[in-house]
Design a protein around this ligand. Structure first.
Ligand code: ADP
Ligand code: MG
Length: 563
């Protein structure tokens, strides 16, 4: 059937009750373009209808050589999704695409392979009350939609597209360089780190903006493709790095940029060349969260009433126990870099000074502060830490590198910090923490997902911050490296997949998540959707760390054993 037949049906159902729209479900083909009307909403207030437009590569002509590398494929699909969104912007139309934010993420919005470019859209079919507006629907589906595809895909600006692919090549080259040379993060000279406001992800503009400039001692030059001169900037070495400086001088802004460097950013973000080891995890205090059988003994032991800290569980963690659990859970998933900001840390977790040590004897204090474990973490497990700390010079003793922010300028003050540490002796005693100890894996109990069995269970993400699976809920608000609501929707589907794996075999939380990522690597992100071969829903790929974090916060999570 072609679009003419679609128009005929729509003319026929014009003026009927909304349910008659169901008749248009199906596939229509015109000029090497397939219009799949996969799901037609049952009433005007239901979730919008889902449509895929598959354009033959004979028409679209994106050469496989240009995108056979994964980072280029992601860059291409991302660019085409933005292109569709841009064409839709000016219009007050009813067609939507899952528009990318400033991060370039693998997402379901556009899928490119050898045969097709497939664009996944949603559409609220027009109605007056519950009466079908068939002519308007025909206008949208048979005219606006083909013209959208013309403009956004077939006439896409190939020069701009090429620039985006080159950007992705450069970002990948920096990632490869960091990996090869063993650096933890890179912040390019000239990068714009501050954001417009606390609620906006857009770069700050104006006269008071200070672009990033590396201290000479920390500067590296990285050769990148599509550019004659190498890229220069600050490379963070492995070990313990402190970011110090006065209040409001840009410490948190630098750390935040590094946090987000796990993702590639699109042109114009300002942080295109801020690149961080992909396993880097921001950890913070999160009092009130649930914890299920996490070994927090490296940081906390001897709790009142003999509460277990090797398999610590609580429905309501404190600041320090939540921060300890957040760290241990990140390590369980293979995190190699911890990112910590004093602004969002529990003070008693970070430090206990000499006077407090004198007053409260070690026997009465369950906490081994982070300062006494940070070196063990590096020496035993090669886990590096980047730490914003303006409030305690005690950390000079354990740092490999100290960077100071002064009026948004970066200085290497490692030498001075070490001198001061020698000159002003520290009466503080190093506490316990003789060793950090082994990292545990937790085996999931199938019970965790009992609520997912049976028909019609609710599986949904409410915005970015809440997910619900049956009766179980998780609050994702404090996952600072989750950036897109489509990632939260993907997390819901990935947990569903984890629940299936757990039913077949005993697996650890880490193995189960890794298994799901392996499936995605092989088959693409569509694989996690329950709608095979149809519009998969609006999904974007999170990291394994955020999937684990969501599971760890799920109200029904139950751990069978710890090894
Ligand atoms: P700190 O953590 O040192 O207290 P922040 O990083 O929170 O400071 O930054 C304080 C303010 O300065 C923020 O409003 C931030 O947007 C702004 N800021 C940070 N870096 C820069 C910069 N390079 N240029 C201009 N303003 C900046
Ligand atoms: Mg701060």
């Amino acid at each position: 059937m072609g679009l003419n037949q679609l128009k005929e049906i729509l003319t026929r159902v014009d003026g009927k009750g909304y349910k008659a729209y169901k008749e248009i479900q199906g596939t229509y083909i015109e000029n090497l373009i397939q219009y799949h009307l996969d799901y037609i909403q049952a009433d005007p207030f239901a979730n919008p209808s889902r449509i895929r437009v598959a354009i033959s590569q004979r028409l679209a002509g994106f050469e496989p050589e240009t995108y056979y590398l994964l980072h280029r494929k992601v860059g291409l699909e991302d660019f085409l999704a933005r292109s569709v969104a841009n064409v839709l912007h000016g219009k007050q139309g009813k067609i939507r695409i899952d528009e990318p934010g400033q991060e370039i993420l693998p997402r379901t919005a556009v899928k490119v392979d050898k045969e097709f470019v497939e664009v996944r859209l949603t559409l609220s079919l027009p109605a007056a009350g519950r009466t079908i507006l068939g002519k308007e629907a025909a206008q949208i589906l048979c005219r606006e939609l083909p013209s959208l595809i013309q403009m956004a895909i077939l006439k896409v600006d190939r020069t701009q597209l090429n620039r985006q692919l080159e950007l992705c090549d450069q970002q990948q080259a920096i990632r490869d360089y960091l990996e090869r040379e063993g650096y933890v993060a890179f912040v390019q000279d000239g990068a714009i780190l501050p954001r417009e406001s606390g609620r906006s992800n857009r770069p700050l503009r104006g006269d008071n903006l200070v672009p990033f400039l590396s201290p000479d001692s920390l500067r590296v030059s990285i050769p990148v493709p599509h550019r004659e001169l190498p890229m220069t900037g600050m490379a963070v070495r492995p070990g313990v790095t402190l970011i110090v400086g006065g209040g409001y001088h840009g410490k948190s802004t630098l750390l935040k940029a590094i946090e987000r460097g796990i993702y590639n950013h699109t042109r114009g973000d300002g942080r295109e060349f801020v690149i961080t080891n992909e396993t880097a995890c921001k950890v913070r205090a999160e009092d009130g969260r649930r914890v299920e059988k996490v070994n927090i003994t490296p940081f906390i032991s001897h709790l009142p009433f003999g509460q277990d800290t090797e398999q610590f569980s609580t429905e309501d963690a404190s600041g320090s126990t939540s921060q300890a659990a957040n760290i241990m859970e990140a390590l369980e998933m293979g995190c190699q870099v911890l990112l910590i900001d004093e602004d969002t840390s529990a003070t008693n977790f970070m430090i206990r000074d000499a006077r407090m040590q004198a007053l409260v004897s070690k026997g009465k204090e369950p906490i081994t502060p982070f300062i006494d474990q940070v070196r063990h973490l590096y020496e035993e497990h090669k886990i590096s830490t980047i730490l914003v700390i303006g409030g305690s010079g005690d950390y000079f003793d354990v740092a490999d590198c100290v960077v100071m922010m002064e009026e948004y300028q970066t200085k290497d003050v490692t030498q001075s910090a070490k001198e001061i540490a020698n000159r002003i002796s520290n009466a503080r005693k190093t506490e316990e923490g003789m060793k950090f100890g082994k990292l545990a894996l937790r085996t999931l109990s199938a019970q965790s997902f009992d609520q997912l069995r049976g028909p019609k269970v609710k599986l949904e993400a409410k915005g970015m911050d809440f997910i619900q699976l049956g009766t179980a809920k998780a609050n994702l608000r404090y996952l600072e490296q989750l950036v897109d609501p489509s990632q939260s929707r993907a997390i819901v589907q990935m947990i569903r997949r984890v629940s299936q794996l757990v039913e077949i075999q005993q697996v650890s939380l880490r193995e189960a998540i890794e298994q799901v990522f392996m499936e995605i690597q092989k088959e693409g992100i569509d694989i996690i959707s329950p709608y095979r071969g149809k519009h998969p829903g609006d999904l974007a790929l999170p990291r394994p760390f955020e999937v684990a974090a969501a599971l760890n916060r799920l109200s029904s999570l139950y751990v069978a054993s710890v090894t």
